[in-house]
Design a protein around this ligand. Structure first.
Ligand SMILES: [Zn+2]
Length: 119
């Protein structure tokens, strides 16, 4: 079975290939499973399966496709107050160039699920 990559949102390694089991939207006869993160609750795509005891490999593959590449980070669509304040603090400092503001906002961005490993 494919090993699940860490959660792209919180970075947790605590992932489960059968995180959720249910039925396809609009088709209560089609079982689906999805891999997901036990730490923040993020879920991968629903994968149609013959029954709920199969399809772990496909669920793992679907999960792994959403992995965030090294050097990338998920951030909120709208800047949070903390991100704006970080940019403002950076602007008041000596480094007010766009790269400095961007870096400050990225570092202040919350992690989905509430994890926080800012440096
Ligand atoms: Zn997570």
């Amino acid at each position: 079975m494919s090993e699940l990559l860490p959660c792209p949102f919180c970075g947790s390694q605590d992932t489960d290939p059968a995180f959720s089991r249910g039925y396809a939207k609009g088709d209560m006869t089609q079982p689906v499973i999805a891999a997901g993160c036990m730490s923040c609750g993020a879920s991968g795509a629903d994968v149609p399966v013959p029954d709920h005891s199969t399809g772990y490999e496909q669920a793992a593959e679907a999960w792994n496709r959403r992995h965030v590449p090294e050097g990338w980070q998920c951030v909120p669509v709208a800047a949070t107050r903390e991100m704006v304040e970080a940019a403002h603090a950076e602007y008041e400092g000596e480094a007010y160039l766009p790269n400095g503001l961007y870096r400050a906002m990225i570092q202040a961005a919350p992690k989905p699920g509430g994890g926080d490993d800012r440096t």
